[in-house]
Write a protein that binds this ligand. Structure first.
Ligand code: SF4
Length: 328
């Protein structure tokens, strides 16, 4: 559905979009880099408002969020379009093409959320929620104002300008933000973005919302111990309770390198744990992804795939009383 876009201005006879740091300058009847925002006779319109390409009631662990409402489900929705162009994109069919979609209004989506079993809210995921901004903002605001006990989750690349981020954050309970690398060159060449904006988003978001970080470790590109250490050390300086998910790369879209070596991932986790209390491995079977108390090592959440069992009922370790960063 065509809908008025937020955050743009006139630029000579064109318009300039200020939603994400690309700041596209857009000719009449042309799209920005995300392929969803178009200049229609000097007005910015968005094409994906309320257009849903995928909807599911997922375990929240699948986002991945391990420290936010464990063992609950969340209605997860995605649209189409992306402002990055990662060579390894696992969702390229919705990120870079225009698949079939179905319009679901904010009110309908909220009804689905209220009527879904064991559900804690709505997660905007699958494609990039930043460039689905108007729908995400309006639905989140409406849900949180009417039903504040429900949560809003974003699974995002973090590539958004500060002003729209600040406007959205009051309605966001939890985010999983990709930190794809710690190198500007990687962001430029592999993702077509800029790391500075992503770091700014992490730094703004973790102060106001629950934040977990995912880094996809790509074989031979960003899986050196030095780079994993840089990422973990940066996050640890912000807050060593930020959970980090190191996820294993497999061939996808334009990238055909072999999958990341499991031993490298295990070693990477050891390094990251020097700086962070909670580090998990994604896309690998048969690894221990349970949560233990950072002080006394008591098992707190046992995980098997997306199934969890809780051994904690408050934010304190039942054995030693250490403050545990898990929102139940
Ligand atoms: S949101 Fe889209 S149109 Fe706007 S600046 Fe980013 S890529 Fe360009």
């Amino acid at each position: 559905m065509l809908h008025d876009g937020y955050f743009y201005g006139k630029y000579h006879d064109k318009i300039r979009c200020f939603l994400c740091p690309h700041n596209c300058i857009i000719d009449n009847n042309k799209f920005g880099l995300c392929s969803v925002r178009i200049n229609k006779d000097g007005t910015l319109k968005t094409m994906n408002y309320g257009e849903i390409t995928a909807i599911a009631n997922d375990p929240i662990e699948k986002k991945p969020l391990y420290h936010f409402k464990p063992m609950k489900n969340i209605v997860s929705v995605g649209s189409f379009g992306c402002n990055f162009s990662c060579d390894f994109c696992q969702n390229y069919r919705i990120a870079h093409y225009k698949p079939q979609s179905r319009y679901i209004s904010s009110d309908e989506l909220i009804e689905i959320c209220l009527n879904s079993e064991d559900n804690v809210g709505i997660a905007f995921t699958y494609n990039e929620p930043s460039i689905w901004y108007e729908y995400v903002y309006e639905t989140s605001k409406k849900l949180k104002e009417k039903y504040p006990s429900f949560s809003i989750v974003l699974v995002t690349n973090g590539y958004i300008e500060r002003e729209p981020l600040i406007k959205l954050l009051p309605y966001i309970d939890a985010m999983n933000i990709d930190l794809k690398s710690f190198k500007q060159n990687y962001y430029r060449k592999i993702c077509r973005g800029d790391i500075k904006a992503v770091l700014r988003t992490i730094e703004e978001a973790y102060k106001k919302s629950h934040v977990e970080i995912t880094t996809l470790l790509v074989n031979g590109l960003n899986d050196s111990m030095e780079e994993i250490e840089e990422i973990a050390s940066y996050l640890g300086k912000l807050n060593k309770n930020i959970p980090l998910h190191l996820s294993r790369y497999f061939q996808a879209y334009k990238m055909d390198r072999p999958p990341t070596n499991i031993d490298v991932m295990l070693e990477g986790r050891k390094i990251a744990k020097k700086y962070l209390n909670y580090v998990y491995l994604g896309n690998i079977a048969n690894v221990d992804n349970s949560t233990y108390c950072p002080k006394c090592n008591k098992l707190l959440v046992q995980r098997n795939g997306f199934l969890s069992k809780l051994y904690i009922d408050s934010n304190q370790c039942p054995r030693c009383g250490y403050n545990i960063k898990i929102l139940l």
